[in-house]
Design a protein around this ligand. Sequence first.
Ligand SMILES: NC(=O)c1ccc[n+]([C@@H]2O[C@H](COP(=O)([O-])OP(=O)(O)OC[C@H]3O[C@@H](n4cnc5c(N)ncnc54)[C@H](O)[C@@H]3O)[C@@H](O)[C@H]2O)c1
Ligand SMILES: O=C(O)C(=O)C[C@]1(C(=O)O)C=C[C@@H](O)C=C1
Length: 308
Amino acid sequence: MSVIFDRVALIGLGLIAGSMAHAMREGGLAREITGFARSAATRDTAREIGLCDRVCDSVTDAVTDADLIVLAVPVGAMGDVAARIAPHLKPGAIITDVGSVKQDVIDTVGPHLPAHVHFIPGHPLAGTEHSGPKAGFASLFRNRWWLLTPLPDTDPDALDRLNRLLVAMGAKTDRMEAGHHDLVLAVTSHAPHLIAYTMVGVADHLRRVTDEEVIQYSAAGFRDFTRIAASDPTMWRDVFLHNREATLDILGRFTEELFMLQRAIRMGDGQQLHDYFTRTRAIRRGIIDAGQDTDAPDFGRTPGARGS
Ligand SMILES: NC(=O)c1ccc[n+]([C@@H]2O[C@H](COP(=O)([O-])OP(=O)(O)OC[C@H]3O[C@@H](n4cnc5c(N)ncnc54)[C@H](O)[C@@H]3O)[C@@H](O)[C@H]2O)c1
Ligand SMILES: O=C(O)C(=O)C[C@]1(C(=O)O)C=C[C@@H](O)C=C1
């Protein structure tokens, strides 16, 4: 692999930035990686494990002379970070983010950035329930989608260069309109996380009645919920606050379906339950047949260039 960016600045040194650092180093994709995180403890840990070539104590130092700046902080912090770094950005620099929500990030980051940089919002559809500088690993993005939501006037050369980096880190890339992205992710990621949080909350209430049995005998389905419900509280608070409308839309639909199934159970309508589960099984099999079993199904993405 060859160098794609001379200097990359990672702002926020958690799971996603850390995984990018490992993947870029493994592939020799950047000549120098600088990093900054808000908390001194996180910066110290990042230094201890040698996550970046240079961990800076100020965000200004981290972005000065950077060719690529990656905003990898919770969605609610993106606007503030953009405002702080804006005066220090090199002309021609590319700024991307990895936030799980796109329209809100465009609305809060975009207005701070000078006209002489290229802002290309993005979102890797890859993660774990772990967070922090020690959570990252080089293969996180391998064979996973990385969606880009470029603005209409985005410079094609800048887009191509960023795309090359993402593909070199192992990702499959696609483009999507930001509002559409937020609706798709509300279905495939945001609402499912809220449902997992709720289910674990219900089990926690029940535990007070049944003592330890809920935990001791937890079956595979519930264990999957607990894994997801262990995800970072700040990140997920911000996702729901900043993708509010799409999430509420999907939760409204979810509640209607749940009531319908609840009624079928109450009425003993086995046929309705069986038909419903047959349809959902076909969806799962369709995902596997399409080779997407590790990622989100295609909910009518807008057509766009694929990176791989
Ligand atoms: N975790 C996932 O599964 C996942 C997947 C895809 C995208 N994302 C998105 O990536 C972003 C980062 O998530 P993560 O999982 O790496 O989180 P993380 O909690 O592991 O890391 C976040 C980092 O940001 C730092 N930070 C927080 N506020 C800051 C601020 N104001 N200025 C500077 N640094 C600040 C924290 O110190 C921490 O180092 C989020 O926007 C999230 O929505 C997460
Ligand atoms: O695998 C997980 O733990 C995840 O939740 C990752 C996951 C998701 O698939 O929903 C979570 C949030 C993101 O923005 C992208 C990916």
